[in-house]
Design a binder for this molecule. Structure first.
Ligand code: ATP
Length: 591
């Protein structure tokens, strides 16, 4: 009560910010946690009890432990354990990754083979596998490689000489490890958002680059914790190769204690060495996980020495030796862009099961035009857009850009679907900006922008960096060049996504509801960038619900419903005197 009176008194004088000498005598009593104190006491008792028992009971035999811990045969055994662990980790991880990629591939036979391998190897106990491999010489006396159906033999060797105990142990551990690791990698791949695969494909990145630069690094975040569990399990499983009489760590201590009968001290020697190995692996896991968490959090803690080494990195302005970087915003310099392409959509249809999503769509978009596609939800707008860059394969009809077919080659009256690598190359002419941006979160803004120019257009790194700097300046984000996407606002991310699509200098740029994932106050900044773009001569096709924007920027508005184009025309006509009653009804609701 006294405190309240004092406080009221101070506030009443209007001097609340001045220290009140009356508070000086107050004592602050921290909250008490009797449960926590009891728990701490209990933990201290347990630790003291264990240490006391372990250090004072002479039967643990610590002097014998000390005598053997660094003994030469033990170190030799430890070396074999480490070698087996390292080799089986590398080969098992590589084989496991290949198996996982095979399982998610579109080839049913390859997927089936991978599934069969994983099913079989996960079912066989490791010890049985090791013993079978050790007896392989009984099944096959020699191992030979030759050309089938001929007498030509390239390699022929007795199995027992080839499959030494070490080779059998290495092979057994690798086969076993790869089956488990394959499933871990597959889980990681499945955890990567589908939008990432689509964005990589839309940029035309080659398949191997999509897998190794975009998908797997992101999958690593979920692969690593379980993967390291497997590696730790593997390091311990090496003790199972004692069945092959291979003197690794555990087998070595067994041999020693059988001779000197000091069982417990020697088991402790092995245990402490395993503890050392596991500690090393856990530390490695910590740092590798942090490496692959790049871009995953908004405020990353720098790795040790990172701040030190970053001092020696060349600043970006130097990398692009052009000197002054364009500081202008907007796309006034139309020469930096390729002339737009004329898009012809020839009677395309597309069904998902019984649902016909596009029904004989016919459309012609002149080079450099801006087309807004409007229509109710589920009418097929996104499907039409995705068909233009062949992200969605149509059932009938075809699309051409400047006369070149998208996704097909023509011979006479027949259209042959192109191989994926050729489709990816052609896709570079058609940029796409997604509703959810689909920036690559593990790459910085600069890395997002230069990836496709380097890989698809074959630009030199310095040129790609210079182009990226210029584009970022134009979308007003020069200062964000080294930020990760998660460190940007939604509007900034979408502007980076537009710059990324422009970095390929496409003839046609597709926007799939580019502002619908944004807060209302961020919509304007993205629409402003698109408005600027509309003056550059690139052909733009925009699926949007922003009617005011469509009216201002589009040359043609296309209204689509249930997969059919109901009407198309200039915004001045469509928004005032639309012919079709459904168009009028739709516009009346949204205007
Ligand atoms: N891969 C798919 N499998 C099955 N159905 C699909 C698939 N993709 C789209 N559809 C269906 O096709 C129809 C058209 O989808 P689309 O995304 O093109 O519509 P939209 O006009 O862009 O809708 P919105 O404005 O809500 O995004 C919808 O009924 C949708 O459920």
């Amino acid at each position: 009560m006294a405190i309240l009176t004092d406080y009221a008194g101070v506030a009443g004088t209007g001097r609340a910010s001045e220290p009140n000498p009356g508070y000086a005598h107050y004592r602050i009593v921290p909250a008490r946690h009797p449960g926590r104190a009891l728990g701490t006491l209990f933990a201290a008792l347990v630790i003291t009890g264990v240490l006391y028992s372990v250090l004072t009971n002479p039967r643990w035999g610590w002097p014998v432990f000390a005598e053997w811990f660094f003994a030469e045969p033990v170190l030799a055994g430890l070396g074999r354990t480490l070698l087996l662990t390292a080799l089986a980790t590398v080969s098992g991880s590589l084989l496991g990754t290949a198996l996982a990629l095979a399982r998610v591939s579109k080839s049913p036979l390859l997927g089936g083979l991978s599934f069969g391998y994983i099913w079989l190897l996960r079912s066989i106990p490791l010890i049985v596998l090791l013993l079978v491999l050790n007896n392989l010489g009984y099944l096959y006396e020699t191992i030979s490689v030759g050309i089938p159906f001929t007498d030509t033999t390239l390699f022929n060797y007795p199995t027992t000489q080839l499959l030494t105990p070490f080779a059998a142990a290495f092979l057994g551990l690798t086969l076993n490890q790869s089956a488990f690791f394959a499933e871990i990698v597959r889980g990681g791949i499945l955890s990567v958002d589908h939008g990432q695969h689509e964005a990589a494909a839309a940029l035309g990145l080659p398949r191997h680059r999509q897998a190794f630069r975009i998908v797997l690094p992101q999958a690593m975040r979920s692969i690593l914790p379980t993967g390291f569990n497997e590696i730790i399990g593997l390091a311990k499983s090496t003790s199972m190769v004692y069945v092959l009489a291979l003197p690794e760590l555990f087998y070595t201590v067994q041999v020693i204690y059988r001779r000197n009968l000091e069982v417990i001290p020697l088991l402790m020697v092995a245990t402490v060495w395993y503890l050392v190995i596991m500690t090393g692996l856990s530390i490695a896991q910590h740092y590798i996980e942090r490496h692959f968490s790049k871009g995953a959090v908004r405020n990353p803690v720098p790795l040790p020495f990172q701040a030190f080494f970053s001092r020696f990195r060349r600043p970006l302005a130097e990398v692009a030796s052009s000197g002054a970087i364009a500081r202008k915003t907007g796309f006034h310099d139309a020469t930096a862009f390729r002339a737009g392409g004329a898009v012809r959509i020839h009677g395309i249809s597309k069904s998902f099961g019984p649902l016909k999503v596009l029904d004989d769509v016919e459309l012609s978009l002149p080079a450099g035009s801006v087309t807004a596609i409007l229509g109710p939800s589920g009418s097929g707008k996104s499907t039409l857009l995705r068909a233009i860059n062949h992200l969605e394969r149509v059932d009938d009809g075809f699309i051409s850009i400047d006369g070149d077919l998208v996704g097909y080659s023509q011979k006479g009256n027949t259209l042959y679907e192109l191989k994926e690598k050729d489709i990816l190359k052609r896709r570079a002419d058609i940029g796409m900006v997604f509703q959810n941006f689909n920036l690559f979160p593990h790459l910085t803004v600069l890395e997002n922008l230069i990836e496709a120019p380097l890989q698809v257009r074959g630009l030199k790194r310095d040129d790609a960096v210079r182009l990226a700097q210029e584009l970022l300046a134009r979308v007003g984000l020069s200062d964000k060049i080294n930020a990760y996407p998660r460190q940007l606002s939604g509007g900034q991310q979408q502007r980076v996504a537009i710059a990324r699509a422009l970095a390929l200098k496409p003839k046609v740029l597709l926007f799939d509801e580019p502002t619908s994932a944004l807060d209302p106050e961020l919509v304007g900044e993205v629409l402003d960038v698109i408005k600027e773009l509309a003056r550059t001569g690139t052909t733009l096709v925009i699926v949007t619900h922003e009617i005011g924007f469509a009216r201002e920027v589009a040359d043609t508005v296309v209204f689509i419903e249930a997969g059919r184009i109901l009407e198309a025309g200039p915004p001045s006509r469509i928004f005032t005197t639309a012919e079709h009653p459904r168009t009028r009804e739709f516009l009346a609701k949204v205007l």
